[in-house]
Design a protein around this ligand. Structure first.
Ligand SMILES: *[C@@H]1O[C@H](CO)[C@@H](O)[C@H](O)[C@H]1NC(C)=O
Ligand SMILES: *[C@@H]1O[C@H](CO)[C@@H](O)[C@H](O)[C@H]1NC(C)=O
Ligand SMILES: *[C@@H]1O[C@H](CO)[C@@H](O)[C@H](O)[C@H]1NC(C)=O
Ligand SMILES: *[C@@H]1O[C@H](CO)[C@@H](O)[C@H](O)[C@H]1NC(C)=O
Ligand SMILES: *[C@@H]1O[C@H](CO)[C@@H](O)[C@H](O)[C@H]1NC(C)=O
Ligand SMILES: *[C@@H]1O[C@H](CO)[C@@H](O)[C@H](O)[C@H]1NC(C)=O
Ligand SMILES: *[C@@H]1O[C@H](CO)[C@@H](O)[C@H](O)[C@H]1NC(C)=O
Ligand SMILES: *[C@@H]1O[C@H](CO)[C@@H](O)[C@H](O)[C@H]1NC(C)=O
Ligand SMILES: *[C@@H]1O[C@H](CO)[C@@H](O)[C@H](O)[C@H]1NC(C)=O
Ligand SMILES: *[C@@H]1O[C@H](CO)[C@@H](O)[C@H](O)[C@H]1NC(C)=O
Ligand SMILES: *[C@@H]1O[C@H](CO)[C@@H](O)[C@H](O)[C@H]1NC(C)=O
Ligand SMILES: *[C@@H]1O[C@H](CO)[C@@H](O)[C@H](O)[C@H]1NC(C)=O
Length: 393
């Protein structure tokens, strides 16, 4: 009898454990998108650190089902710093220190586990690389009280992921938003070379096409700004050799000069009226222009003309890439910067060729349709649209 009770108790215990396990799975799938913050193990590279010396890290949501051997990496953005002062400021921000990162992170959009929202990548291994080097993961330099180790962070995290199973990936995507999108451009071929046995490796760039556009107002400032960033973080001479051999190396951070030389297929998701570039890289002489970029109802006709000029220049640069058979693009006129943070960006009802961004990226990745290179036409939407205002967009 005692044994029976013992056995029953054991069964009950197992049942409870089993139920808790199932509940956890259900919980994980319903609410599921809180994923713990993993710090890069110092075992691999001892100096994979943020600007303040804290260990760099990433959030990881393991793949399941038939997605276990597929990997998508998303690199967070957060601008750059290119001077002692601006980098020192970032020592107490999440863009310069792990101490200010959230311990858990909501995984949505291309990182969502919800098959409806993310039909092509929901069960992949999903990584969110937490930005804390302010150099688009390119830096390797020392300054008083500031360690710039972006390139080291990238290598260390890739090494760790390869060991976690990415070395055997069937499909892989390197993506990123804003400064992380620029990082995905700069690291795209390097990422490909880490995965020689994978059948499909591609890069998806979310609002990372920062323009130089020499013909457009502010070009000198844009060039000087990025020259300061690459010099401060010590990576000017690590930019693409093919570009550096034909022009001023400082300019080789601009995608318009390097994209054509990238061998790995790459997809650009861009607004023709990029909110961040207009606010911070256009460099208007009119002090009220910045107010207009933050609240479109304050814009004057001359501000709108400036936005239009910027949109025309950006689209011109993108048009130049049309000849490429490996570059896809989704370029829309909604006023925004970044699409993979918010539902609104990833699955906006705004469509090109009857496809949302999620569909265009998925079809392109799996070669389900012909090369997607859609740029909205100036005739239809000559001006930036505040799409959050419109009910369906
Ligand atoms: C998945 O996303 C769809 C569309 O956004 C939503 O209706 C559904 O409730 C989500 N499912 C879960 C399990 O969260
Ligand atoms: C940063 O500060 C150090 C020490 O004060 C100085 O040597 C260095 O030139 C500064 N760097 C820049 C880019 O101003
Ligand atoms: C961190 O968490 C706070 C509070 O939930 C949230 O407002 C913020 O957006 C989060 N930061 C990131 C980078 O997700
Ligand atoms: C996009 O959102 C709509 C409703 O907002 C939903 O019906 C649809 O399934 C979603 N599609 C994707 C690919 O997320
Ligand atoms: C570096 O940090 C130390 C300790 O906080 C401080 O005393 C020193 O002035 C800092 N040096 C520079 C160049 O900022
Ligand atoms: C890759 O696959 C091989 C063969 O199945 C296996 O031996 C190896 O451990 C795998 N590597 C990783 C990093 O999972
Ligand atoms: C690629 O596959 C070959 C043959 O299976 C194997 O010898 C090699 O180690 C693999 N390379 C990587 C980086 O996994
Ligand atoms: C570039 O750095 C120089 C020297 O620190 C500074 O004077 C200049 O304002 C910086 N330019 C931009 C556009 O940030
Ligand atoms: C623009 O913003 C500045 C400060 O943010 C403010 O002082 C100024 O009045 C604003 N101009 C307009 C036209 O609103
Ligand atoms: C934008 O500016 C208008 C006109 O000044 C004002 O009524 C509105 O509240 C502002 N909107 C926001 C979001 O600040
Ligand atoms: C766009 O419209 C939304 C909703 O009315 C508003 O909150 C937001 O401030 C607007 N954005 C700009 C840049 O005007
Ligand atoms: C647009 O796509 C939807 C499903 O994604 C499809 O049902 C519809 O027929 C398409 N419309 C056109 C005009 O191709």
């Amino acid at each position: 009898m005692e044994t029976n009770i013992q056995t029953m108790a054991d069964h009950f215990k197992k049942l409870v454990i089993c139920l808790v396990f199932v509940m956890n799975i259900i919980h994980h799938q319903v609410h599921g998108e809180r994923v713990g913050f993993n710090k890069v193990s110092l075992t691999y590279v001892t100096n994979a650190v943020c600007l303040d010396g804290s260990p760099a890290g990433y959030y990881y949501d393991p793949g399941f089902g038939d997605g276990v051997s597929n990997w998508v990496i998303y690199m967070q953005g957060g601008g750059w710093c290119g001077s002692n002062g601006s980098c020192r400021y970032r020592l107490t921000q999440e863009t310069g220190s792990s101490n200010y990162k959230n311990q858990t992170m909501y995984f949505g959009q291309i990182r969502s586990e919800n098959q409806t929202e993310n039909p092509d990548f929901y069960n992949w291994n999903k990584i969110f690389l937490a930005y804390c080097d302010s150099s688009s993961l390119m830096g390797d330099a020392d300054h008083p009280n500031i360690t710039s180790r972006g390139a080291v962070i990238f290598d260390a995290i890739m090494q760790e992921l390869l060991e976690k199973g990415m070395a055997n990936a069937t499909n892989a995507i390197l993506s990123g938003g804003s400064a992380g999108g620029l990082a995905a451009i700069l690291h795209c071929d390097g990422f490909r070379s880490l995965l020689p046995n994978s059948s499909r490796v591609k890069c998806v760039i979310d609002s990372g096409f920062f323009i130089h556009a020499p013909q457009l107002h502010g070009a000198e400032k844009r060039a000087e700004y990025f020259a300061n960033v690459s010099a401060y973080h010590g990576f000017t001479n690590n930019l693409a050799p093919s570009c550096r051999s034909r022009m001023n190396a400082n300019l080789c951070i601009f995608p318009e000069y390097i994209l054509k030389d990238i061998q790995t297929p790459l997809f650009l998701v861009e607004s023709a009226f990029d909110e961040y570039q207009l606010g911070y890289h256009y460099v208007s002489d009119d002090p009220n222009f910045l107010n207009c970029t933050k609240n479109l109802t304050l814009c004057t006709p001359s501000h709108f003309q400036s936005m239009k000029d910027y949109g025309v220049a950006l689209r011109e640069k993108l048009e130049e890439l049309r000849g490429s058979t490996s570059i896809g693009m989704f370029v829309h006129p909604c006023y925004r910067h970044g699409h993979f943070y918010e539902k609104l960006g990833w699955n906006a009802s705004y469509k090109l060729k009857n496809k949302t961004i999620a569909q265009a990226v998925g079809d392109w990745f799996f070669d389900r349709s012909s090369l997607f290179q859609e740029i909205d036409t100036d005739n239809v939407y000559p001006l930036a649209r505040n799409c959050t205002k419109l009910p369906n967009i």
